[in-house]
Design a protein around this ligand. Structure first.
Ligand SMILES: [Zn+2]
Ligand SMILES: [Zn+2]
Length: 254
């Protein structure tokens, strides 16, 4: 199984490379010369999000499968986070749009990417960068997580897991879980931790991938794990710690 996964990972990396070469050369004379590749690795466009060098504005498209509409409070909290960290003159989170339920109990990252290709309609254009959330009606095939970042501008949330984590006595509210997970996944898109922006101090929890070693920080790995979330959640929304903020600021963020 591990070998298969490794081969798959290698194949996918090669595919990504080919896609990236392709789209660099598609501009034809007379066409709009703007080109931006939305299918490279998470974190690779961190500087485009953090600074206003290439894009002054940000738009975020949110699509959900029936039954998994995100709360307005969760989206407002995401917007606050982005306003605090990004050098953008305007940040717009679009009204969430329903897309047809796909009805699978679980989804691989590649299936998520296919769904995005089928449904996403907002892409970056002159002066405006676009980010994308898709909320699906099943779990992640690979691990017990609430969300993933699957391309440089794209994130997926696993709807049933939000209900699971926020139901039951003493559980965090759905709004709080959404706020934390959307901000956490966007943190990966912004290059955290050691995922596209350089670390100013070493604070990577290498045992858990691209995460922060501070268990009070938004980028602590447990905040995206459905089975650990309840035990790590202390009743308030975790912020980015000093190390994570310093990394974003050094790369041009606020
Ligand atoms: Zn994470
Ligand atoms: Zn941190």
């Amino acid at each position: 199984m591990r070998t298969i996964r490794t081969i798959f990972t290698i194949l996918f990396s090669v595919t990504l490379f080919i896609v990236s070469c392709d789209s660099d050369s598609v501009t034809e004379p007379g066409e709009n010369e703007f080109s931006f590749n939305h299918e490279i690795n998470p974190g690779q466009s961190a500087v485009d999000f953090l600074t206003d060098d290439n894009f002054e504005r940000l738009i975020v498209q949110v699509q959900y499968m029936q039954g998994y509409e995100p709360t307005q409070e969760g989206l407002n909290n995401l917007e606050t986070f982005l306003r605090d960290r990004l050098n953008k003159s305007s940040i717009t989170i679009m009204e969430p749009e329903e897309i047809p339920a796909a009805g699978q109990s679980s989804y691989t990252a590649n299936e998520i990417r296919e769904l995005e290709r089928e449904h996403r309609t907002q892409f970056s254009s002159e002066n405006q960068i676009a980010a994308y959330f898709i909320i699906v009606d099943g779990e992640y095939s690979d691990s017990d997580v609430l969300g993933i970042a699957h391309f440089n501008t794209s994130m997926a949330l696993f709807g049933p897991k939000f209900n699971e984590v926020s139901s039951g006595l003493g559980s965090p509210s759905k709004e709080d879980v959404e706020t934390i997970v959307m901000r956490h996944e966007f943190g990966h898109i912004l290059g955290l931790v050691n995922n596209g922006v350089d670390m100013q101090e070493n604070h990577q929890d290498t045992a858990n991938g691209r995460h922060c070693d501070n268990d009070q920080c938004l980028m602590y790995y447990a905040f995206r794990n459905a089975d650990l979330f309840g035990s790590i959640f202390g009743g308030s929304i975790p912020e980015l710690d000093e190390n994570c903020v310093a990394d974003l600021q050094a790369a041009g963020g606020k």
